[in-house]
Design a protein around this ligand. Structure first.
Ligand SMILES: N[C@@H](CCC(=O)N[C@@H](CS)C(=O)NCC(=O)O)C(=O)O
Length: 205
C-alpha cells in the first residue's frame, strides 16, 4: 500500500483525492504545520526540503504532486483521469498538469502570500494573477472543468491553488473560475479527501 506523507493544509490532498477516486486506501502519515506555517522536523527527515506530498511505494520515494499523480494512474492502470494516450488532448492535458506548479503556482502565491499575512495584495500581483485566471477561463470554455465534465489530473492538481485563491477572495472578478471552484468542491474524490484531512486552505486567522 502507498504510504503518503501528508502535511496539514497542503498539496497532499491532491493525492488523497485521486486515491479516493480509484477506491485505493493509503497508509497516511500526518504532519502538523509549525507556528510559522512551515514543515515540522519529522517531515524534513523524509524530504530534504521538508515538502509534502511525498509517497513511498515498493521501495521508491517520490516527491512532486504531478509526478505522484502520474505514478498512481500508471500503478493502478487508470484511464479515466487523462484523455486517451496518443491523442492531442492527452498532451494538452499533460501540459496543463505541469503548468499548475511550473507556471501558475508562483504567480498565484505572489497574491496569496500577502493576503495570508493580512497585507494588501500588490496591484502587480493582482494583474499577473488576472492574466492566468483569464487563461484558465479560456481553457474551461463551455465545459464545467478543464477537459469537459469529468475531473482529470489537471483539475485535481489545480484545486489546491484555486482553494487558496477562493479562501482569500482572489477569484472575485473571474466568475467562470468561481463556478469551477464550486464544481470541484462537488466532486466525490474532493469530498472524501476533505473528510479525511480537512480543507486545503487554512481557516480564517
Ligand atoms: N511542487 C511541489 C510543492 C510542494 C510544496 O511546496 N508543498 C508545501 C505544502 S502545500 C510544503 O510542503 N510546504 C512546507 C514548507 O515548505 O515548509 C508539489 O507540487 O508537490
Amino acid at each position: 500500500m502507498i504510504k503518503l506523507h501528508a502535511l496539514k493544509y497542503s498539496r497532499a490532498t491532491r493525492v488523497l483525492w485521486l486515491l479516493a477516486d480509484l477506491g485505493q486506501p493509503c497508509d497516511r502519515v500526518d504532519y502538523d504545520r509549525t507556528d510559522d506555517f512551515g514543515a515540522p522536523e519529522p517531515l524534513k527527515r523524509v524530504h530534504p526540503l521538508g515538502k509534502s506530498p511525498v509517497i513511498e511505494d515498493e521501495g521508491r520515494m517520490i516527491a512532486e504532486s504531478a509526478t505522484i499523480l502520474r505514478y498512481i494512474v500508471e500503478k493502478y492502470g487508470d484511464s479515466t483521469h487523462c484523455p486517451p494516450k496518443g491523442t492531442s488532448a492527452y498532451w494538452q492535458h499533460d501540459g496543463v498538469l505541469d503548468y499548475v506548479e511550473a507556471s501558475f503556482a508562483e504567480v498565484a502565491l505572489q497574491a496569496i502570500m500577502p493576503a495570508f499575512g493580512g497585507e494588501p495584495v500588490p496591484e502587480e500581483a493582482r494583474t499577473a494573477l488576472g492574466v492566468h485566471l483569464d487563461y484558465l477561463t479560456q481553457l474551461i470554455g463551455e465545459g464545467s472543468m478543464l477537459f469537459g465534465d469529468r475531473a482529470m489530473l489537471a483539475d485535481i492538481q489545480l484545486s489546491y491553488i484555486i482553494a487558496l485563491l477562493a479562501r482569500f477572495d482572489l477569484l472575485g472578478d473571474h466568475p467562470t473560475i468561481a463556478t469551477y471552484w464550486d464544481t470541484l468542491q462537488q466532486q466525490p474524490g474532493y469530498r472524501a479527501a476533505m473528510q479525511a484531512v480537512g480543507p486545503m486552505a487554512p481557516p480564517a486567522q
